[in-house]
Design a protein around this ligand. Structure first.
Ligand SMILES: [Zn+2]
Length: 53
């Protein structure tokens, strides 16, 4: 629904779907935790060409 937060979370979400399809609740919970704990959401990707050189 909403745009992917980051590549890692996008990958985790896909894995979570696969895990749920496989009825692997342990893995589903694992993915949920990893997604929630992912700290890269606040930070934005540094713009190339700008910054301290
Ligand atoms: Zn993330």
């Amino acid at each position: 629904m909403s745009a992917a937060k980051c590549a890692e979370c996008a990958r985790l979400e896909r894995e979570r779907e696969a895990a749920r399809a496989a009825r692997d609740m342990s893995r589903v919970t694992d993915c949920n935790v990893l997604i929630k704990r992912h700290p890269d959401h606040s930070k934005q990707p540094a713009p190339a060409g700008r910054g301290r050189g």
